[in-house]
Design a protein around this ligand. Structure first.
Ligand SMILES: Cc1ncc(COP(=O)(O)O)c(C=O)c1O
Length: 359
């Protein structure tokens, strides 16, 4: 082991996807942006295809190309309008477009090419999407053109915290498209959170990200069926004895309250392990939690192993379970220590740590 490994668990990932497909009773569009939430786009696509997933959502053309390289016949949805200068690239790579602005649709029409598009309605997120009162006009404009309308969609602002607010968006969406013949259209509104409670059969696809990667965040009662798909392990790279009253790492942020044995591991914020993990954060060594004892640096962390029988090269669990299965560090734990969200922890995991598939 050089710095550490990110173990990505194929069996858990495939099980999660099959479970989500079973509870939603809808097609899954797997969101693989930001390196598939840190898991690797190609790995995610390969295994999702095994679970029967055909649609993937991305935030950049480059991400879409990676999906297509893995499986040419996958359908790939770019989640926002790109710059008009990229339209050739979209066509060449056969990507579906999310559209919502009149001027962008005009630019598509000017090319004379048959792009496949999903018309997005803003039902409350107020980030991108056409306003509901513009929907009929844009819908007709697309239908009267040589563009191919593949779907209609929206995105919820508070699906993970507020079921009532989400229902308002759903009602607005359904009301807005009520005159439309939806027979050959994909209607997709849900992210992971609302997939657990919006069982409305008017929709036929869900855009799932975080839940596929084993994290259940929803305002409804947790069903604990999802399996974590990522573990991070590293090693002890150095051991030192420090006296009470000394301090380690930048800023000498914590004065040692006792003579201590301090271990170092080669992982830091340059690998995506966040700086704010100190002072609350812990790692697991020899089936024991060990507290970080100094600030996280770009490439290394320091933690207290006083009283443990350890040596250089012993395994350190950054994320995941202890060997005896009794202790666990979850993505949510790391997010909490850092006062941030699970999505940010996963998507920041850098490519410096090698991904290794386990079953
Ligand atoms: C438009 C859109 N749909 C779906 C998702 C997936 O969200 P989640 O990871 O919560 O499932 C995202 C995530 O950012 C998104 O931007």
């Amino acid at each position: 082991m050089d710095r550490g490994y990110i173990y990505v668990n194929k069996k858990s990932f495939v099980k999660n996807l099959k479970y989500l497909s079973q509870i939603s009773k809808k097609k899954i569009c797997l969101v693989v942006k930001a390196n598939a939430y840190g898991h690797g786009i190609k790995w995610s696509v390969r295994n999702a295809r095994e679970a029967g997933v055909e649609w993937f959502a991305v935030a950049s053309i480059d991400e879409g190309v990676q999906v297509k390289q893995e499986f040419k016949d996958s359908r790939v949805l770019l989640l926002a309008e790109p710059s008009v200068g990229q339209l050739d690239n979209i066509l060449k790579n056969d990507l579906d477009l999310t559209v919502y602005s009149d001027s962008f649709i005009d630019a598509l029409l000017d090319t004379g090419n048959e792009y496949s598009v999903h018309l997005k309605i803003d039902t409350g997120m107020h980030r991108i999407g056409c306003s509901p009162d513009k929907f009929d006009y844009l819908f007709k404009k697309i239908n009267d053109s040589n563009l191919s309308l593949a779907g209609i969609c929206t995105h919820f602002p508070s699906a993970d915290t507020d079921k009532g607010d989400t229902q308002k968006s759903i009602d607005l969406f359904k009301n807005t498209i009520s005159n439309v013949d939806k027979d050959n259209l994909l209607c997709h509104v849900d992210n992971s959170a609302s997939t657990f409670y919006n069982l409305d059969e008017s929709f036929n696809m869900v855009r799932i990200g975080i839940a596929a990667y084993g994290i259940e965040i929803s305002p409804v009662e947790s069903i604990n069926k999802l399996l974590p798909t990522m573990e991070i392990k590293t090693r002890i790279s150095n051991l030192q004895y420090r006296k009470k009253g000394e301090a380690v790492s930048y800023g000498k942020a914590k004065i040692l309250e006792r003579d201590s044995v301090i271990a170092t591991s080669p992982i830091g914020y340059g690998d995506g392990y966040p700086w704010n993990t100190f002072p609350e954060g812990r790692v697991i060594v020899k089936n024991q939690f060990c507290k970080l004892i100094g600030r996280v640096t770009m490439d290394q962390i320091l933690f207290d192993v006083t009283g443990l029988d350890v040596k250089v090269d012993d395994e350190v669990t950054i994320l995941g379970q202890s060997d005896d299965g009794k202790l666990n560090i979850s993505v949510s734990d790391i997010a909490k220590w850092n006062n941030t969200i699970e999505w940010e922890i996963l998507t920041n995991m850098s490519k410096r740590l090698e991904r290794v598939e386990v079953e």
